[in-house]
Design a protein around this ligand. Structure first.
Ligand code: GAL
Length: 530
C-alpha cells in the first residue's frame, strides 16, 4: 500500500514539474528570437478566419478531368467563391473543390474568395491549360516508409481522411500515393498477397487487400484529393511484386481507367532486362554497360504512353539518379525524378543528401523537379527492417531543417510517415503555409548553396516576388552564430526580415542579419526586396 502511495506521489510530482518547467530548452539570439532544441511547436496555430493557401499556378491538360481543392485554413463553414472560372469548370461553394473538364489551351486567371463568420481571404490562381503538369512541386503522402508490404485499401482511405482532418490538405497536400506491394507476388510471407500476377487478358490483378481500385480512387477523389500508384519497368518490383515489363501500355491504360493521377515508376529488376540482347526493343549495352539510351528507354516508353491517356498522370521516375537523370527526366515526360537512392537508408545523412541534390539545382523548374525522396518524420518504420512505425529518432531541430531544405530545394513534399499517428509536433513541421509557400513558389527555382563549411551552410532561393528565402543551417553539435550579409544576396541597404517558421517579422535589418542557429537546426527567413 505504502509503495503504491509513494509511486503515485512521485508520478504526480513529475507531472506537476513537467507543467511548471516543460522539458524544452531555448537559446536567445542577438535579435531576441527564440530557438528551441526540443519538440517546441514553432508554427502558429491557424487563425479561425480563412487563409487561402496553395500554389499560384496550376497546370492541367486540355480536355482531361480537372480536380483542384482550394487549400484553405480557417474555421468551417467556409464559403468559396471563384471569379473567372472558364467554361467546363465549377466550384462547390461549400467544399471549395473545383472540378470539371480542363478548358482549351490557355491561361485562366481566377480570383478566389473564402469567407466565414470570422473573416475573408482572397487569392489569385492561374490555371495553365497546356502540356505541363506539376507547375509547382507535387505535395502529398506515400505509404512506403510507414507501411511497406503491409499496405491495404483501408490504410490508403484512412490516409485520405486524415489528410483532410489533420489540416494537411488546407496547406496544399493533395496526392495520396500507393507505393509497392499492392499487386500480387509469386511468393510472400503473407498468403493474401500471393496469387496470379495477371488475368487471362494480361491485366494486372491487385492483391486481396485491394478489392476495388476504382472505388478507392473514387473515394480519394470525392475528397478533392488525387490518387497515386506505383510499378516498375522490370518483370517484378523491388518488393518482388508484379511489374509492368512487356505490359507497359496495358498497365498505364489500366491505371488511367482506375482513375490514378500519379505514377511512380521504379527500376527494380529492369537491370537484367536492359542487358537482355533478345529483346529487340531495348537499346543494346556496350561492353556490358547500359548506355544512356538504355537508361532512358523504359521511361521514354512509359512517358509517351502516359501522355496519351485521357487523364493527367504525374510521372515520377525512381531510378536513383542513374545516367544523370536530372539532365533528361523532363525530356522523357517526367515531372520529377529521384536524384539518389532511398533516403530511408541515409536519413542520418540528411544534410549531405540535400547538399548533393542541390548540385542539380539548374534542372529544377516548373513541371521539372529533382526528387531527393520523402519527408520521413513522425512515425516511420525503420527502412532496413521495413519495421512497424515508431516515433522518429530525428531531433526536432533537424526535422525543421529537413522540411526547410526540401522547401528551399523545391523538392516534392511527399510525407511518408504513419498518418494515423500524426501528432501535433509533426503536423506543425509539415503544415507551415509560409514555409510551404517557399516550396510552391511559381518561379520554380531551387535554392543555391552559398557559403559552406563543414558545419554551416546557407541556402538561398529566389522567389517570384523578388524576395529571397534563406535557410541558415547548422550541421554541427553546438549552436552557432551565423551571419547573412545582404551583399551575398545582391542586396544593399535595409530589408525586412521575416522568420518563416514563426511567421513573424523580425524587423528591418541593415546590410546583414545575424542569427543563433541551433545545433542540427535551421533559421529560415524571408528577406523582402524592400
Ligand atoms: C525502391 C524505391 C522506394 C520504394 C521501394 C518499393 O526502389 O526507391 O522508394 O518505392 O522501391 O519496393
Amino acid at each position: 500500500m505504502m509503495n503504491k502511495i509513494l509511486y503515485y506521489t512521485i508520478v504526480l510530482a513529475i507531472a506537476i514539474l513537467g507543467q511548471i518547467c516543460p522539458i524544452q530548452s531555448f537559446s536567445q539570439n542577438t535579435e531576441g528570437g527564440l530557438f528551441a532544441s526540443e519538440r517546441l511547436i514553432l508554427t502558429p496555430k491557424p487563425k479561425p478566419s480563412p487563409r487561402i493557401n496553395g500554389p499560384l499556378v496550376y497546370g492541367a491538360r486540355p480536355g482531361n478531368p480537372f480536380l483542384y481543392p482550394i487549400p484553405c485554413q480557417g474555421e468551417r463553414q467556409i464559403r468559396f467563391l471563384v471569379k473567372g472560372l472558364p467554361p467546363g469548370l465549377t466550384v462547390d461553394e461549400n467544399t471549395g473543390i473545383i472540378s470539371g473538364v480542363t478548358p482549351a489551351k490557355g491561361k485562366y486567371s481566377l480570383l478566389i474568395t473564402a469567407t466565414n463568420s470570422k473573416g475573408k481571404s482572397t487569392r489569385e490562381l492561374t490555371i495553365v491549360s497546356g502540356d505541363k503538369l506539376a507547375l509547382t512541386p507535387p505535395m502529398g503522402w506515400n505509404h512506403w516508409y510507414a507501411h511497406y508490404d503491409r499496405i491495404t485499401d483501408q490504410m490508403v482511405r484512412e490516409a485520405a481522411d486524415i489528410m483532410i482532418s489533420s489540416g494537411m490538405a488546407d496547406v496544399g497536400y493533395q496526392y495520396v500515393n500507393i507505393d509497392d506491394c499492392w499487386m500480387n507476388s509469386p511468393k510472400h510471407n503473407d498468403p493474401k498477397r500471393v496469387g496470379p500476377l495477371r488475368d487471362d487478358q494480361g491485366n494486372l490483378i491487385p492483391n486481396s487487400y485491394f478489392p476495388d481500385m476504382s472505388a478507392l480512387t473514387d473515394y480519394i477523389h470525392s475528397k478533392g484529393l488525387k490518387a497515386g500508384i506505383y510499378t516498375s519497368p522490370g518483370p517484378l518490383t523491388c518488393g518482388g511484386f508484379a511489374g509492368s515489363y512487356q505490359h507497359e501500355e496495358q498497365d498505364a491504360r489500366q491505371f488511367a481507367d482506375w482513375g490514378f493521377d500519379f505514377l511512380k515508376y521504379d527500376w527494380c529488376s529492369y537491370g537484367k532486362i536492359a542487358q537482355n540482347l533478345d529483346d529487340p526493343r531495348i537499346p543494346e549495352p556496350i561492353n556490358g554497360k547500359i548506355t544512356l539510351e538504355g537508361y532512358q528507354y523504359p521511361y521514354k516508353l512509359m512517358g509517351e504512353i502516359l501522355k496519351n491517356q485521357n487523364r493527367d498522370i504525374v510521372f515520377n521516375l525512381c531510378q536513383y539518379g542513374m545516367g544523370e537523370v536530372w539532365k533528361w527526366g523532363a525530356s522523357v515526360g517526367g515531372q520529377s525524378w529521384r536524384t539518389s537512392g532511398d533516403l530511408g537508408f541515409e536519413l542520418d545523412r540528411i544534410f549531405e543528401v540535400a547538399l548533393k541534390n542541390s548540385e542539380y539545382r539548374q534542372y529544377s523548374k516548373p513541371g521539372e523537379w529533382n526528387d531527393p525522396d520523402y519527408i520521413q518524420i513522425g512515425y516511420i518504420g525503420h527502412s532496413h527492417k521495413q519495421g512497424i512505425p515508431e516515433l522518429t529518432w530525428m531531433p526536432p531541430n533537424m526535422q525543421y531543417a529537413y522540411m526547410s531544405m526540401w522547401s528551399l530545394m523545391a523538392a516534392p513534399l511527399i510525407y511518408s510517415g504513419d498518418m494515423s499517428k500524426l501528432d501535433e509536433f509533426t503536423i506543425n513541421v509539415l503544415c507551415n503555409p509560409e514555409v510551404i509557400e517557399v516550396n510552391q513558389d511559381p518561379l520554380g527555382e531551387a535554392a543555391m548553396v552559398i557559403k559552406q563549411n563543414e558545419e554551416l551552410f546557407l541556402m538561398v532561393k529566389n522567389l517570384a516576388d523578388g524576395s529571397k528565402a534563406v535557410g541558415m543551417f547548422n550541421r554541427g553539435n553546438n549552436d552557432a552564430e551565423m551571419t547573412l550579409n545582404f551583399s551575398e544576396l545582391q542586396l544593399t541597404g535595409k530589408h525586412l526580415v521575416r522568420d518563416l517558421w514563426r511567421q513573424k517579422d523580425l524587423g528591418r535589418y541593415n546590410r546583414k542579419f545575424v542569427a543563433q542557429v541551433p545545433s542540427k537546426g535551421v533559421v529560415m527567413v524571408k528577406i523582402e526586396n524592400k
